[in-house]
Design a protein around this ligand. Structure first.
Ligand code: HMG
Ligand code: MG
Length: 299
């Protein structure tokens, strides 16, 4: 398998990155952050979520963030929705791109969305159908694909079956989430080979959290498999509130550096990206969690 010539980075910093921060970022700062990411050349920026504010208070302002964006031409701004209530709010705010989420783990499903896996899949089917009817592009995340904080190992076959079902429901893309960052290259390869028997690689994305420092090597495995959509968060922001021990997403700066070194196009300007990471890290009051950002020094 040859490497892709071009990779689409799905920047999840404003959503996955900010959902778990104790510091609640004011709406105008979120908007400025998203503009900086677009100006750095990112073409897909997950802007916010439309989930319960009791569950994720840090993103309670989704209905203010999305309509206020001065949307750059050629940039997509997906938003995360868990149910019909979230979809209706997202559509009212002007969303054209949505992301739904589910998992094969019963316990994680209960903790994250207060419903069983079967109920979650039924909810997703309704949301996907309505979103497609409204003209949206729909991505579906499958969480805990390489391990669950509550149930341990997850069978690749169960992930593949779920991915297949979600595509049949009308999704455009499946993002495979290593929510707690436990994957290693051998397990990642086994998972991807199993899923790719059911869903074409062009419709797959990978979403690694970097808890054990394995994200970049797992991304390399995905690239070897021909997968050309990679999720990441600038400054290594992120974590899932319902996944104890989940650290940040892999840092976008580190992914761009890897891809630049491999001669794979991303369209992203690394210097502007580093500046965006520093901007939001300063607002959050901690340094960027990106090796490349740190190595860049005061250049
Ligand atoms: P629930 O408490 O079972 O909801 O939560 P409910 O249907 O019983 O309703 C209770 C109240 O919530 C009602 O209001 C509803 O109107 C309201 P009340 O009558 O009490 O005033 N409500 C909502 N409000 C705003 N937006 C909504 C919404 N829905 C109901 N969409 C629910 C169920 C799914 C809403 C909740 O569990 C939830 O919001 N969960 C989301 C948790 C979350 O955002 N987790 C992180 C994202 S997933 C992730 O990070 C993984 C990922 O990155 C990939 C990876 O790394 O693997 C994607
Ligand atoms: Mg995540």
């Amino acid at each position: 398998m040859s490497f892709p010539k071009r990779v689409t980075i799905v920047e999840v910093g404003p959503r996955d990155g900010l959902q778990n921060e104790s510091e609640i970022i004011p709406t105008p700062i979120k908007i400025e952050f998203i503009h900086q990411l677009a100006a750095a050349g990112l073409s897909v920026i997950e802007a916010t979520s439309f989930v319960s504010k009791k569950w994720v208070p840090a993103l309670a302002d989704g209905s203010d963030v999305l309509p206020a964006l001065n949307q750059h031409a050629g940039v997509r701004y997906p938003v995360l929705v868990p149910n019909e209530t979230g979809l209706n709010a997202a559509l009212a705010a002007g969303a054209k791109d949505i992301a739904v989420f589910t998992t094969p783990s019963e316990t994680f499903s209960m903790k994250n969305t207060n419903c069983t896996v079967a109920d979650s899949l039924a909810r997703m089917k309704t949301v996907i159908t309505q979103a497609k009817h409204a003209g949206c592009r729909v991505r579906a995340y499958i969480s805990c694909v390489l391990g669950c904080p509550y149930e341990g190992d997850i069978l690749p076959d169960s992930v593949a079956a779920m991915a297949y079902a979600l595509m049949n429901d009308g999704c455009d893309e499946i993002s495979l989430g290593d929510t707690i960052g436990v994957g290693t290259p051998g397990k990642t390869l086994a998972l991807l080979e199993t899923v790719m028997k059911k869903v074409h690689r062009d419709q797959l994305a990978v979403h690694f959290h970097d808890t054990y420092g394995q994200a970049l090597v797992n991304i390399y495995v995905a690239l070897q498999c021909g997968i050309a959509t990679i999720d990441s968060a600038v400054a290594g922001l992120g974590g899932c509130p319902y996944a104890a021990g989940a650290s940040g997403n892999v840092a976008t700066e580190d992914v761009v550096y890897l891809l630049n070194g491999m001669g794979i196009e991303t369209g992203v300007n690394l210097e502007k990206l580093i500046a965006a990471g520093r901007f939001i890290a300063k607002k959050l009051g901690h340094p960027p969690r990106s090796r490349v950002n740190a190595a860049f020094g005061d250049k």
